[in-house]
Design a protein around this ligand. Structure first.
Ligand SMILES: [Zn+2]
Length: 213
């Protein structure tokens, strides 16, 4: 018997947990903003990362990724770049001019705070305010990881809701972009309950054997 699991090449996952049917076809083209990600090198190796899912949902012109803990001297930010990160003087997304580039940091919370310190001090900031996201917002949607607070979203959620606001989509675009994430979370919960059931059966069997012996 082969030990290799059949893989789906477009989504790079085992075929049993393929997400291909959840990606929009064709990928979404953003008309009023551009997305730029500064991706911490360690984040690339994380399981259940949400960024690859968003990348598959957006077309190539709408999103760029730079891998690094900081920007190199040769890497300048496009004009009208706005960092999406909490801060005292952060604007609301609804105040951002169309055509802006939204810069996101894909990293752990601690790494992200380090990365912010390397960025230009005068870079404008916006923060996602949950209260502004409308009735379709679902808190704790990505419950594979426990966020430090309700306001902390996964990278995928953060991008989805920010571009939804910029495009004036009133939740419809976020719903499209978060379909793969929802499926990934549901697969993860199913796998976990199967694993727990398996462990419970093993415990029962062990106890039963103990009783016979
Ligand atoms: Zn697939």
């Amino acid at each position: 018997m082969s030990s290799h699991r059949a893989m789906c090449s477009p989504c790079d996952r085992p075929t049993s947990v393929c997400l291909c049917d959840t990606f929009p076809k064709p990928p979404v083209q953003l008309l009023r903003c551009h997305v730029l990600i500064l991706l911490h090198p360690l984040e690339r190796k994380r399981k259940n990362s949400t960024l690859p899912l968003i990348r598959r949902c957006l077309d190539a012109e709408s999103l760029d990724v730079i891998v690094g803990r900081r920007l190199l001297d040769s890497q300048s930010l496009p004009p009208n770049t706005i960092l999406v990160f909490p801060g005292d003087n952060a604007l609301s997304l609804f105040e951002v001019a169309p055509g802006s580039t939204l810069l996101f940091l894909d990293a752990t919370w601690d790494h992200a705070k380090e990365m912010v310190r390397t960025l230009p001090k005068d870079l404008p900031r916006v923060s996602l305010k949950i209260s502004e996201l409308g009735p379709l917002f679902v808190p704790r949607r990505f419950d594979i990881r426990t966020p430090p607070t309700e306001e902390c979203l996964s990278t995928g959620e953060c991008i989805a809701w920010a571009v939804d606001a910029m495009e004036g989509a009133q939740g419809a675009l976020a719903a499209t972009l978060l379909r793969p994430l929802d499926r990934m979370v549901s697969i993860w919960h199913t796998a976990r309950s199967l694993r727990e059931e398996g462990e419970a059966n093993v415990t029962l069997t062990t106890h039963a054997q103990g009783a016979i012996l």
